[in-house]
Ligand binder design. Sequence first.
Ligand SMILES: Cc1ncc(COP(=O)(O)O)c(C=O)c1O
Length: 505
Amino acid sequence: MKGFYPVSVAKEAHAVHLKQTDTPLLAAMRHYVEDGAIPFHTPGHKMGKGMHPRLRQFVNSEALALDLALMAELDDLHEPHGCIKAAQDLAAELYGADHSFFVVNGTTGGIYAMILTIAGPKEKIIVPRNAHRSIIGGIILSGATPVFMQPEVDYELGLAMGVTPETVEKAVEQHPDAKGVLIINPTYYGVATDLKRIVDIVHAHNMAVIVDEAHGPHLKFSDRLPLQALDAGADICAQSTHKILGAMTQCSMVHCREGRVNVPRLKAMLQLVQSTSPNYILMASLDVARMQMATEGRQLIERAIDLAEWVRAEINKIPGLYCFGAEKVGNPGVYAFDPTKVTVTVKGLGLKGAEAERILRHKYKVQVELSDMYNILFLITLGDSEREAQALVDALRDLAENHVGKRDFTAVEDVYSTTTYPEPPVQALSPRRALFGNTRMVPFREAAGRICAEIVTFYPPGIPLLCPGEIISEDIIQYCLRLQEAGLHISGPEDYTLSTIKVVE
Ligand SMILES: Cc1ncc(COP(=O)(O)O)c(C=O)c1O
């Protein structure tokens, strides 16, 4: 069977030359199903036969037959030496990594494993302050001490941009004992920093560069996109293949270079954070997504970029809407831009992002990727065509015609220009110790001097003002109250009214 990679040759995995058109994991799975073995193994639905028809109707019988389990013939994600190893090696070859790993609990799992590999208990890791919750989660799991860097903010858009090389340089100089620097690149909104320069700075201080590349598994496939992490010289990165490319939800990859990354430790940490029963359909979807990108990735991504640029140009003709693009490149924290992320600023319509999201969903059957205070974000991917692009533009045009000029929306914007940003809080405990310590709720207005046990973030721009383990200052309390008064959205604390806050006893 073409592309089949039998376990009998597993030990000679490196000797067998597979082509990028092969999908060794999927081939082994199909061979197993077509061979007709009686399955006395997990999953319990036994190739769909035991599944209730209500679910079986949606997951067809062919897919259910491929819902298989770890066995000699199908290799083991945690000790791969057969078809999974071959599939991961093809991914490494495509992305230019020394090693690639499939991850079935998203980039979240990949980030946990990367942080656990680079920084252990009490060791420092330098991270952007607007870190995704998986980064804070990884720091809590590892017991590392975070050193936060402030990203740049675009107040017109109300969005955090990248962290500049200058900010990184300051952080590594002040913390020469840190084990590594984690960079989010590109951001959810497609903004990339000067990663190559950052890599040079960090490597000069003999630290590892870890990249949260959740939003960049496609960067490799067009010169019109920001540089991918490995090509900028990063040591390790995690990509959400499922977010942008053809893999199924939860499917990500971790790629690494040898040198600054302890690869056996990375493998051990990936084992620690992943199930011993990873889903084979999910893993096979990574195998096939890699093959698709190897064989047609360039044309698919170029098409998505062309489509997104057309959408952007059309949106920018609509009064009341603004869709930022390459004109932002050169601003602080914006070195390059991924045009497939279409961020539409709707404040010119007098609408908040969430209001626009609701109207688009219910009136026009258009679902955004996310909304924030001023913006709605649309992802244009290899799955879109002119039809969807036209429908999006038509919906936005109609939305704008119905709302432009009806309501003003400036009060919130003013709050940042009229309020002094407080001094960053002092860290008293690691996030892990704060989280696992005894905690209690106290009135927020009386919390000065207490150690915070939760995250407090206001949107925009989504950069936490307090993290677990940090001392709450009077300035921060007053700043938060001012933002709350202005109607900004609070995220993180258990009591979202912020009349109380969780602190360490
Ligand atoms: C910047 C960033 N990093 C990491 C993640 C986690 O990725 P996943 O959903 O694949 O676990 C996300 C998810 O949205 C993200 O936006």
